[in-house]
Design a protein around this ligand. Sequence first.
Ligand code: APR
Length: 276
Amino acid sequence: MIATLHASLIDRLRRAQHLAVFTGAGMSAESGIPTFRDRLTGLWAHTDPVEVATPQAFRRDPQRVWDWHVHLASAVAAAQPNAGHRALAALAGKLPRLSVVTQNIDSLHQAAGSRDVIELHGNLFRLKPFIDEDAAFEAAEPPVICRVCDGYAAWRDCDPWASREDFARLRLAAGPVPRCPCCGARLRPDVVWFNEMLDPQVLDAAMSAVDACDAMLCIGSSLEVEPAASLPWRALRRGAAVIEVNPQPTALTPHVTALPGTAAQVLPQLLATVWN
Ligand code: APR
């Protein structure tokens, strides 16, 4: 399949000064982490995201949302980077710049050794305060910003003895939903839930990487969730060479060079054929 790559495309890839690699849940499938939309095995095949992955769900039942993320984290924490993650980390050493723009929240790119990683949808193992916009905007006086968690302080007076180190020691683990040790704001995983906006600075960094790349690998995404899904199209419109790695076709497939296979199979072959 790699042998079908046109010589001109191989040449473009070899001359690339900046390769962007856009990844979705399929990138981690061979590490044993369920994707979201694969028909029988996807996470959303058995759980309604509205119940466990929205701010409304957390406001309604924070413990249930917390417990679901703890369950997901137990599967993710046991996972190891696969041959695809490792191939991308090795490739970064062969190019002037390789930016990974991932929708994944599992830290596997970093665990494989990738350094330039932009996490569009956050990271499951980082915590942040739950900002209850409704409550904050109902507050008469402007909300108190906590000096430890940077959230809207749930309590009016923060604990003067609490520190950022206390906050940094808190983990996504089984048990009651933790609170900021200083202001009492409930904590949540630092991931982008449905009905939430992406961090604008993260999205800007991703768009800058896409706008600067000569070529893009689009790996393991159904391209169904915006604004992430627009990034490969953005690269294509700019004239970058785009290669898609996915065992299933997507809306992008007819417009790019498609390598119909899995990340752990195709990426090591691509590295060996094009860059070795
Ligand atoms: N290698 C490459 N691709 C694979 C593999 C594999 N081993 N296994 C499955 N795939 C492909 C599937 O064919 C599918 O196109 O990975 C894609 C997974 O699609 P989704 O489950 O929709 O995951 P993703 O595109 O990352 O979802 C985007 O949706 O639920 C939200 O925030 C969540 O980041 C996620 C976003």
